[in-house]
Ligand binder design. Structure first.
Ligand SMILES: Cc1ncc(COP(=O)(O)O)c(C=O)c1O
Length: 444
């Protein structure tokens, strides 16, 4: 019996993995798995990348961490300069933490600090969206609209303010997909007005929703419409790009697709590609300048802010993304991935929708394509799918709850950016095979 508290729903044992190479992982028995989802949309460069490994080794050979309250390092300076260069000079600076949840904590605190700096300490509430995930810490959970992950803790969380997601497959009742931007902007405005603009600090959202909606890019015009509402009432816009950012959707920033700049942006996962734990928060120039002029600096110190070896890993990841033009590759080949998914899965009657952008796609399973009725949660389709995928040597990101919190099974397909056409074909074929088997499993 393992003493390790793993995160499987029933604490069941997991296969021991021992080696990674490119898009493949190998377990102790020698079995090979193709990483169809980069784990949780994490390993953008795949596994065992020699340049990233070398950069981490080199850093460890000289210094593990120049503690950020005592020292700067060349690595942290270079990484920050590179991030601002790629994400845009709109941003005035970068703060580092070790995860996406901590990024959310930092964003919320930065927004509060900004309003205090402006003499508006009454702005303490955040508006977020249903079907969203911003992290597992209490603060991040408070603004997360993922019902399944809130369930055991909701009673202990401060009350949040939630609005509709901009989800084209299941739009709000009576609303067409084209009407979503205007509807959501109105809803956001009403939420601000009903609580009082002087009470609202920020609006946090995922430009392309990940696990909580089985990948859902906002319809055209949504981001601009909510940006305008935020501007009207002095509410800071926080873009959570932890899952969809750093190239996953074919652009450095997911929101650049929408032509919108957030006041605060958070990234993690693909930033260090899973080689070291790292997250970052980028503050727009006016936000950072206001905070600095009022309080000297952002009040966010952590023991591991800007850990040198983690920053060395991220810097190496960014250099590889630049050198090998991988984000351009993702932008170019997203259509190929979508076409292969359509081809492999389109004939399966229970595949209701395939949606996404770049190398970030979600497949939603339904009992009936016309009515979009989901499977019963007791059928546990997503778990059966996961088991079949593992059996067939495929790593995928499955989940449930995207229809109404309990029902709605999906699989996220998010290959490493280095995946070749043949590897994309292998992922699509194995997913289709596993889906047919899992659907058979729940019929018997
Ligand atoms: C959009 C988003 N924000 C925040 C988080 C939390 O990140 P972490 O699990 O690194 O704390 C996640 C994790 O999946 C995420 O997808």
């Amino acid at each position: 019996m393992s003493s390790w508290i793993n995160q499987t729903p029933d604490a069941s044992p997991l296969p021991p993995v021992v080696r990674g190479e490119g898009v493949y992982l190998y377990d102790k028995s020698g079995k090979r798995y193709i990483d169809g989802s980069s784990g949780p949309a994490l390993f953008s460069l795949g596994h065992g990348h020699k340049d990233v490994r070398a950069a981490i080794h080199k850093q460890f050979d000289t210094l593990e961490y120049g503690f950020s309250m005592d020292f700067s390092t060349e690595v942290v300076e270079a990484l920050s300069e590179r991030l601002v260069r790629h994400m845009g000079s709109h941003f005035g600076g970068v703060f580092y933490i070790s995860s996406g949840s901590e990024a959310t904590e930092t964003s919320l605190k930065a927004a509060l600090q900004y309003h205090v700096a402006n003499g508006h300490p009454s702005r303490t509430k955040f508006i977020s969206r249903r079907f969203s995930w911003h992290g597992a810490t209490i603060g991040a959970l408070t603004v997360s609209g993922n019902l399944g992950r809130r369930r055991l803790f909701a009673h202990a969380l401060p009350e949040g303010v939630f609005v509709s997601p901009a989800h084209a497959y299941r739009p709000p009742s009576g609303i067409t997909p084209e009407e979503i931007p205007a509807f959501c902007a109105r809803e956001l405005e009403q939420a601000i007005l009903s609580h009082g603009p002087e009470k609202i600090a920020g609006f946090i959202f995922e430009p392309v929703v990940g696990g909580s909606l089985g990948v859902s890019p906002a319809p055209e015009g949504y981001a601009k419409a909510v940006r305008a509402v935020c501007d009207r009432y002095g509410v800071l816009m926080i873009a959570d790009e932890v899952m969809c950012g750093v190239g996953r959707c074919g652009t450095w920033r997911a929101l650049s697709h929408d032509g919108v700049w957030p006041d605060i942006m958070q990234i993690a996962k693909g930033l260090s590609g899973g080689y070291m734990p790292l997250g970052a928060v980028l503050l727009a120039k006016p936000v950072l300048e206001r905070i600095k002029s009022a309080h000297g600096n952002l009040e966010a110190a952590r023991t591991y802010s800007g850990h040198t070896a983690a920053c060395a890993a991220a810097l190496a990841v960014i250099e590889v993304l630049e050198r090998d033009a991988l984000i351009e590759k993702v932008a170019r080949e997203g259509d190929y991935l979508k076409a292969r998914l359509d081809e492999a899965l389109g004939q399966i009657a229970e595949v209701g929708d395939i949606r996404g952008r770049g190398f970030f796609w979600g497949v939603e399973f339904v009992r009936d394509r016309e009515t979009k009725e989901p499977f019963a949660p007791e059928a546990l389709l997503h778990r059966k799918l996961r088991a079949r995928c593992l059996e067939n040597g495929l790593i995928i990101y499955p989940g449930s709850g995207i229809a109404d919190g309990r029902r709605g099974d999906y699989a996220i397909v998010a290959p490493p950016f280095i995946a070749t056409h043949a590897q994309i074909d292998e992922i699509a074929e194995k997913l289709a095979r596993s889906a047919r088997q899992a659907l058979d499993d729940i019929r018997h």
